[in-house]
Write a protein that binds this ligand. Structure first.
Ligand code: CDV
Length: 309
């Protein structure tokens, strides 16, 4: 057995005026709880340090940039890395990244048990739109504030296993998991901020959104024989509700633990990375069963080309 005890550290809402120092204090409290639960790894949500600011339309670059981190760790976030090192606990942290040359990404880092950053991921699948959309019940301006990630979907051999990262909307795309699956990933870490209501279809409410969350994560886990740990920022943020439902899914696609609230909540499970071997060597033994001669379209085109009428 190769056990990694994972703590999915769901965060409740972060209001627009809540300073990073207060948020970090909440996160440190979850790390303390994770330590008591003997966790080896803690996973925080997407954009964990602030409100989900892409719901706000902004034009002033200085106003936009206040939501971004210019360095990681920074003065505000260093306590998280120090606590991780003190507790011998790995950490996934989602944040808005502003690079020294002025580029903006929706990013996450993976720190190992010494608190050292061993990997960085930049969100590839950015949902939403770039301009104010009066047709929507509320805005989702990720395409305005971020560039698509330029690092692909790498994996890292660390903490006794093979770990990968993705962010929120990425979890709905089978390509995300498969690219990592082809690198032997054993645990995928993903943070999310998912509104409880579809801004373009009010009939799609929290039950269906939670269903799609489970469906995507469970399918990705099963079809690649990997653990997936998916962690929400949840609850009513600045008047806008977001789903919770943080979950830990095993390589058979089964939910092993799931959040019950929409607040700060720790969901813990001891994950055996050796449980990934059976699927990887049988039904999803990629080397034996994949037929790449038929998959060319997946990389050759984006939109569908249905046959002519
Ligand atoms: N932060 C996100 O990427 N949210 C999307 C919403 C817009 C659907 C998601 O896939 O959950």
């Amino acid at each position: 057995m190769r056990l990694v005890t994972v703590a999915a550290a769901q965060l409740g809402p972060i209001q627009k005026n809540e300073p990073r120092t207060d948020v970090v204090r909440r996160m440190l409290a979850l790390m303390d709880e994770a330590k008591r639960a003997e966790a080896d790894l803690i996973v925080f949500p997407e954009l964990a340090l602030t409100t989900f600011f892409p719901r706000w339309y902004m034009e002033d670059p200085a106003e936009i940039d206040q939501w971004f981190e210019r360095e990681m760790p920074s003065a505000a976030t260093r306590p998280l890395f120090e606590r991780a090192a003190e507790y011998g606990m790995g950490m996934y942290l989602g944040y808005a990244e502003l690079t020294p040359d002025g580029r903006h990404f929706n990013s996450s880092v993976l720190a190992d048990r010494t608190g050292a950053i061993v990997g960085k991921y930049r969100k590839v699948h950015l949902p939403g739109h770039a301009e104010f959309d009066p047709e929507r019940a509320f805005q989702h301006l990720e395409k305005r504030y971020f560039e698509p990630g330029d690092l692909g979907f790498p994996v890292w051999r660390t903490m006794g296993g093979i770990f990968g990262m993705c962010i929120c909307n990425d979890r709905r795309w089978p390509e995300t998991y498969r690219v990592m699956g082809l690198q032997g990933v054993e645990m995928v870490l993903v943070g999310y901020n998912t509104p409880s209501i579809n801004s373009q279809k009010s009939a799609e409410g929290p039950e269906q959104r939670l269903f799609h969350n489970r469906l995507s994560v469970q399918a990705g886990a099963y079809q690649n024989s990997t653990w997936v740990v998916a962690v929400a920022k949840a609850g009513i943020e600045d008047g806008f509700p977001m789903i919770g439902g943080s979950l830990i899914v095993n390589p058979d696609g089964e939910i092993m633990a799931e959040a019950k609230t929409e607040g700060d909540e720790l969901v813990v499970h001891a994950c055996d990375l050796d449980a990934t071997t059976f699927g990887k060597t049988t039904i999803f033994d990629f080397a034996r069963h994949r037929r790449i001669e038929h998959y060319g379209r997946i990389c050759a085109q984006t939109g569908p080309t249905p046959p002519a009428l």
